[in-house]
Design a protein around this ligand. Structure first.
Ligand code: NAG
Ligand code: NAG
Length: 460
């Protein structure tokens, strides 16, 4: 069936869903690691086929979703609160159970006609809600074929993908009246700064303080006007392609342990080289950041606590190499580079230092340098975030596993953002969300069509 462009979405109902139990209003400070996040929203969405059971209607699905959401918000109360600027000028969470905006809508399109390769067209502003108030918004959209799309948008300052995944799984378990496997912990003392604090100077290279919230980015606006703003695309990557990249990255390491470079390191190295290939400015730098989750690193006797910690526990170390060097290096060497710069940040000391770094500058906010970096055709910069833990097969609310799901994160920076996730069939293939500049997308599609296949419904 041909893809359909320019379909209409009609909102049929807007409600606010609050936690079922009354809650004592209280303040929840953000941790120092939350304070590193700019005020950006993250989207995530799941597509379901028309459920075969006649008893399952759009109405029954939305009421199951809302009922379970109200129950889930009892323990995930941060998502039912409100972000407020406090007397020190820092954001803080008011846990007042204002609730979650829940929108019901109808889209004049069938699931098979959705152009998921181009989420700018099919998802943005249509299937993932614009969050206007609160911390989380949800939209349930009925499709013409009886299929359903659930889109969520949350404030990144409150939760990272790990926390959001935890919430989504709990919500689905609740909807199916299953025991909830993880209750979140909001214990901020797990991320308190040390006294006295100290940090390695390498953190100064990775983060920068900003005297105040950056004004709307004039340059980015100019870029938008010149069609230079990043665009979003979704690709399907076969497991065998990832495997092959990993073999190449390990080709000259046969003597050592079997696969010393991970799939993500190999994939990221491949992309780094591709992006460098897109520019002629050999002497300029190409920057690559990788989002690292600190939970396993900070686990220290309190293992179970960090594993259910709700908030942000992220750092974005990055590497830089001249474009011409990347073009000359083989995949194995680039993967070594990736591994080496990650090595410095995947430690407990790095995260403790980062917490102290933020403390030393508060209330002045600090951001990741690669997020704030200027990007030009000559000097590209992008960030890869691993969605390998994306729990797509667990987001079953009672009418089956989604046939498709992805994060949707046009994050408002000039630097690109790439997120590989497992695909819904669970066969090891990947879905890769990319938010990059048009010319970078063109190079990727031109040079590596065997790896990056534009998403099509034939893959479902
Ligand atoms: C302001 O918010 C920050 C972060 O949420 C918190 O740590 C701090 O204690 C708050 N300050 C005041 C004066 O409420
Ligand atoms: C990659 O290049 C390095 C340095 O030139 C070389 O030692 C290594 O054998 C090469 N690896 C592969 C797999 O070609």
């Amino acid at each position: 069936m041909a893809l359909k462009q320019g379909f209409e979405v009609k909102v049929t109902l807007t409600q606010v869903v609050a936690a079922v139990l009354p809650m004592q209003e209280h303040w929840l400070p953000l941790s120092n690691l939350d304070l590193l996040l700019p005020p950006v929203d993250v989207g995530v969405f799941f597509c379901y086929k028309n459920p075969s059971s006649a008893a399952t209607t759009f109405g029954s699905m939305t009421s199951a979703l809302k009922k379970a959401l109200a129950q889930t918000l009892v323990s995930y109360y941060a998502f039912a609160g409100e972000m407020v600027q406090n007397l020190s000028g820092e954001p803080e969470l008011l846990c007042n159970n204002r609730g979650v905006d829940f929108v019901e809508a109808f889209a004049d399109i069938e699931l098979r006609q959705l152009d998921l390769y181009n989420p700018d067209e099919s998802v943005e502003g249509k299937l993932v809600p614009q969050k206007e108030q609160g911390v989380l918004s949800v939209q349930a959209t009925q499709l013409k074929c009886g299929g359903l799309v659930i889109g969520c948008t949350f404030d990144h300052r409150v939760a990272d993908a790990y926390s959001a995944n935890m919430f989504l799984v709990s919500w689905a378990e609740m909807a199916q009246s299953m025991p909830v496997t993880t209750l979140p912990s909001h214990r901020r003392s797990l991320l308190s700064s040390r006294r006295p604090g100290h940090f390695d100077i390498s953190i100064n290279d990775m983060y920068m303080k900003i005297p105040q919230m950056p004004p709307p980015d004039k340059e980015l606006n100019d870029h938008i006007n010149n069609n230079q703003a990043p665009i979003s695309r979704i690709y399907y990557v076969k497991a065998e392609q990832v495997h092959q990249l990993q073999s190449l990255a390990n080709d000259d390491k046969r003597g050592s342990k079997k696969f010393v470079r991970t799939k993500l390191e190999a994939f990221t190295a491949f992309l780094w080289k591709l992006i460098a290939k897109g520019t002629d400015a050999g002497d300029k730098y190409c920057r690559l950041g990788i989002v690292v989750d600190g939970r396993t690193r900070l686990n220290d006797g309190e293992e179970s606590m960090m594993n259910k910690y709700f908030g942000n526990v992220l750092s974005i170390p990055f590497g830089e190499k001249r474009n011409k060097e990347l073009k000359e290096m083989n995949l194995s060497m680039i993967a070594d580079e990736v591994h080496n710069f990650l090595d410095g940040a995947v430690t407990r000391e790095h995260f403790l230092g980062l917490i102290d770094y933020v403390e030393a500058h508060r209330p002045e906010p600090a951001f990741s340098r690669i997020y704030g970096s200027k990007v030009t055709r000559e000097e590209p910069a992008f960030v890869v975030s691993s969605g390998q833990q994306f729990p797509i097969r667990k987001i079953d609310f009672g009418w089956g596993v989604p046939v498709f799901g992805s994060y949707h994160f046009p994050w408002g920076a000039q630097s690109g953002f790439v997120m590989p996730m497992p695909c819904a069939s669970g066969n090891g293939d990947w879905i890769v969300y990319m938010h990059l500049r048009q010319e970078q997308i063109e190079v990727i599609e031109l040079k590596a069509p065997h790896v990056f296949r534009p998403f099509s419904h034939d893959y479902l």
